[in-house]
Design a protein around this ligand. Structure first.
Ligand code: NAG
Ligand code: NAG
Ligand code: NAG
Ligand code: NAG
Ligand code: NAG
Length: 298
């Protein structure tokens, strides 16, 4: 029997499959999740987390042609950026390069000049890895000590495992900051923060607009905030396990993923929170000042 033209023998396929599955360096830009001293990431290369869920790389915005270093869900066809390294320092072309400098800091350079210092911390023997939860961690490979992590420097998105609140030992306050507009990641008008009650028995989310209180979620009661009735309700899929943590080193709000893809809460430029995991449900509409309009509407 004649073989059809273009027929690929199963053994050939097998061998190729084997080569790929072994991750042999068939291509110089084979996906990796880690960057070390001497490595460079430019606009044509990316880091991919081990399980493939998250990608880190440069992206550019069509309206401006500015480029930024960011993280996104690899398969998100809307390419929503869940983190941006340089929101206020765009690169005006696509010549940005992420590298580790000799001090072990992560920096972005363009034309050989350092434009942005991504990690303020450094260490000898440091390596930065994009983890499966979307956290980009700079760690000391010898001591396995975390030196710096993107989850400690959130932009406008809260991912499962990220925290809103503060660290008692470092005084760090984890807050989200909205983009200025859909095309400008630079600091916008709104922040989302965690406000514990005085006795630290519970807490609520607060949105401030240019520093002034704009909206609060009401206290967390079980798996709902009082003024976020849509969240985890019957009309939207139950995706999040909400947790408030009060212990010796922190006081914060976080959530875990239950099911679903592209789970994220985004603080939009207009001051509302969008749940990306639920085909884009607004969970805190902008006109729900202090939650009052919602209550009156029910
Ligand atoms: C990115 O790096 C690769 C490999 O070093 C190189 O071949 C490519 O030309 C670079 N791309 C840009 C846009 O500089
Ligand atoms: C962005 O770059 C492209 C290609 O160089 C160009 O055609 C376009 O006009 C630029 N857009 C802006 C907003 O500068
Ligand atoms: C690209 O932009 C950066 C600043 O964002 C600048 O330092 C660099 O010279 C530019 N490179 C080119 C080739 O225009
Ligand atoms: C954290 O920052 C937010 C927004 O700026 C502020 O409202 C809140 O009081 C801060 N929390 C602490 C503990 O500093
Ligand atoms: C607070 O910071 C300390 C010191 O960096 C760290 O060990 C601890 O894990 C942090 N706490 C939280 C809740 O992230």
């Amino acid at each position: 029997m004649e073989m059809e033209e273009g027929f690929i023998h199963p053994i050939t396929l097998f061998i190729f499959g084997f080569l790929f599955s072994q991750g042999l360096n068939l291509s110089p830009v084979a996906a990796t999740s880690t960057i070390r001293l001497g490595d460079e990431l430019n606009s044509t290369s990316q880091l991919v987390s081990n399980d493939g869920v998250f990608t880190l790389g440069f992206f550019s915005i069509e309206a401006t042609n500015y480029s930024y270093l960011g993280i996104w869900y690899t398969k998100d066809d809307q390419s929503r950026r869940v983190w941006v390294a340089n929101p206020n320092t765009p690169i005006k072309n696509n010549s940005g390069v992420l590298r580790m400098d000799t001090a072990g800091r992560l920096v972005i350079t363009a034309g050989g000049t350092t434009i942005v210092v991504v990690s303020d911390k450094s260490g000898a023997n440091a390596a930065a890895t994009l983890e499966d939860n979307g956290n980009f961690i700079l760690a000391d490979e010898t001591g396995k000590r975390t030196l710096w992590q993107s989850f400690d420097h959130p932009t406008n998105v809260l991912l499962p495992g990220m925290k809103l609140g503060f660290n008692r030992s470092t005084g760090q306050n984890w807050t989200l900051t909205s983009w200025l507009s859909d095309n400008l990641p630079s600091t916008g008008a709104f922040t989302l923060s965690w406000e514990p009650t005085i006795d630290s028995a519970s807490g609520q989310l607060a949105i401030h607009r240019r520093g002034e209180l704009y909206w609060t979620s009401g206290l967390l009661e079980g798996q709902k905030f009082v003024y976020m009735p849509i969240l985890n309700s019957d009309i939207m899929e139950y995706h999040y396990k909400l947790r408030q943590v009060f212990d010796e080193n922190g006081n914060y709000f976080t959530f875990d993923a239950i099911t679903g893809s592209f789970l994220m809460w985004t603080l939009l430029p207009e001051g509302n929170i969008l749940d990306g995991g639920n085909t884009n449900f607004y969970i805190s509409p902008a006109d729900f000042v202090m939650g009052i309009s919602w209550i009156m509407g029910v």
